[in-house]
Design a protein around this ligand. Structure first.
Ligand code: FAD
Ligand code: FES
Length: 264
């Protein structure tokens, strides 16, 4: 992990409050693995508001141009600062952070399920799995049409993704969870990786209960240090002996076994 300054190469609006920013960084392109993240200073160099850096998944790395991207949704002060950056601005960030996801050699079939901005880390995981010639089924669900133009990204790397919107504005009307409940055969022989809002992760824990599904979740927690020093991002995770322990999303995660996480 390093503190890095990288130039903004481009910033594109993908939808209402949804942006993709490209940042020059040979270090991130060389060292990042899927599901890792960067912690971005979301204020000018002389300004300290917001004080804490904001975590964002690495969406894509382009090793030919030494550029990585972040797909982000505008939520508050930090992301508002980020969406107002222009080509040539300098971004200060640390990374790559977190444990990341490297598929086991013996696993060949994957189901990736994203909810909303949860598609961001799954996109890099999907690219990596496709490069390794693994079979990938990508499902994603959104509330409305915000991610309509994002579809072009997923279509570039993968055909046959199953996309859902709750209001029916694109894809099928409904949610990935509803679809999987009706078609549990989809799970057979697949390792599942889920990233989305907590309610969605709980729903998938329930769907997978007693099914022996090999499933991982990418967790999001508010973070302070981002490097395992402050316990600000602790979550309760069941250990092998059945007792619960606190683990840190920033350094032990963000990837955890879904069945072992306690969302109480
Ligand atoms: C490992 C990790 C990876 C992430 N990857 C992405 C990504 O690729 N793209 C993206 O858009 N966002 C991502 N996030 C979430 C992102 O960090 C927050 O949206 C961002 O910090 C909000 O900052 P803000 O100053 O704009 O909003 P704030 O003013 O800090 O908060 C605005 C609202 O968002 C809520 N919020 C803030 N942070 C989080 C969080 N971590 N989890 C849940 N709710 C939160 C707050 O409670 C508040 O209601 C990730 C978070 C983590 C922990
Ligand atoms: S943010 Fe400090 S330990 Fe995770």
């Amino acid at each position: 992990m390093e503190v890095i300054q990288g130039e903004v190469v481009s910033i594109k609006k993908y939808g209402d409050r949804l942006y993709r920013i490209e940042i020059f960084s040979p270090y991130i392109c060389k060292n990042a693995i899927p599901a890792q993240f960067v912690n971005i200073k979301c204020s000018d160099s002389l300004n300290t508001d917001p004080l804490l850096r904001r975590p964002f998944s690495i969406y894509e790395t382009d090793k030919n141009f030494n550029v990585f991207s972040v797909l982000f949704a505008v939520k508050g002060k930090g992301t508002l600062f980020l969406c107002n950056r222009k080509k040539g601005d300098i971004i200060d960030f640390t990374g790559p952070l977190g444990n990341g996801f490297i598929p086991e050699k013996s696993k060949n079939n994957f189901l990736l399920v994203g909810g909303g901005i949860g598609v961001a880390p799954l996109y890099m995981i999907a690219r990596n799995l496709i490069d390794k010639e693994k079979s990938v089924l990508f499902m994603a669900g959104f509330k409305d049409g915000t991610f309509y133009y994002w579809q072009r990204d997923i279509e570039k790397i993968l055909r046959g993704s199953l996309l859902f919107t709750e209001d029916g504005s694109f894809g099928q009307r409904g949610t990935p969870a509803e679809h999987i409940r009706k078609n549990t055969g989809i799970l057979k022989g697949r390792q599942v990786i889920v990233c989305g809002p907590v309610q969605m992760l709980i729903e998938f824990q329930n769907i997978f209960k007693n099914k022996n599904t090999d499933a991982y979740a990418l967790l999001e927690e508010k973070m302070a240090c981002g490097i395992g020093a402050c316990f600000g991002c602790a979550v309760k995770v069941r250990s092998k002996n059945g007792s619960y322990q606190y683990m840190k999303v920033c350094s032990d995660g963000p990837v955890f076994r879904l069945g072992e996480v306690s969302f109480e």
